[in-house]
Design a protein around this ligand. Structure first.
Ligand code: AMP
Length: 201
């Protein structure tokens, strides 16, 4: 990663907020590399690598994998050079320690985060959405117990990341995540565009 490698954006939200779907859309529209730590870990599990074997039970239970492990994974990914107008992080950082580690990695490259989009969805709706998705997609961490754990972990570990970014004066854009998918897309596009980046298409 070099100082002119393009925009660094984060799509931040609770499990079930739609961040996976919306990150894919925003990264396509603005020509960003979509970096999803959940997708990266699921790929390791599917391939049966040592990392996949280690993280599979943690993911199925709805807990977070250890910070040092995920920071190593993301650091390797950030240092891999590629085209496009920048990167969109999805599902990382998920703890204040991860946010601090990310800041340190970026600082070494002379970079900071350009924009953090927070996709805001009330808890009751999150629960309903995840359970519906569990029925449709058969994700092992969409069972009622794992959903409960994931929402608790979000409140205790991940929500404080937003306070951290507010405290350091980062550019946090709040986006209402309730409504149909096109409405939310349009809000995200506006919030991302306000950062000054033109859509690639
Ligand atoms: P996601 O698809 O983003 O909901 O991630 C699925 C699961 O992968 C999470 O419930 C965690 O077990 C694990 N995971 C993904 N990203 C992280 C992260 N940044 N830190 C710790 N665990 C993560």
């Amino acid at each position: 990663m070099t100082p002119d490698d393009g925009v660094i954006a984060i799509l931040f939200g609770a499990p079930g907020s739609g961040k996976g779907t919306q990150s894919a859309y925003i990264s396509d529209v603005f020509d960003l590399a979509h970096v999803s730590t959940g997708d990266m870990l699921r790929a390791e599990v599917a391939k049966g690598t040592p990392l996949g074997v280690e993280v599979e039970p943690i993911m199925s239970s709805g807990q977070l994998v250890p910070d040092d492990l995920i920071v190593r994974v993301i650091e390797a990914r950030l240092l891999r050079k590629e085209g496009g107008s920048g990167i969109l992080l999805d599902g990382f950082p998920r703890t204040v320690a991860q946010a601090q580690a990310l800041d340190a990695v970026l600082a070494r490259a002379g970079r900071t985060i350009d924009v953090i989009l927070f996709l805001d969805v009330p808890e009751e709706e999150l629960r309903e959405r995840i359970l519906r998705r569990g029925a449709e997609e058969d994700r092992p961490d969409d069972t009622p117990e794992a959903v409960h754990t994931r929402l608790e972990v979000y409140e205790s570990e991940t929500a404080p990341v937003l306070d951290y970014y507010d405290a350091v004066g980062a550019n946090v854009q709040h986006v209402d995540g309730v409504g149909d998918i096109d409405e939310v897309r349009a809000r995200l596009r506006r919030a991302f565009g306000a950062h000054g980046t033109e859509p690639a298409r």
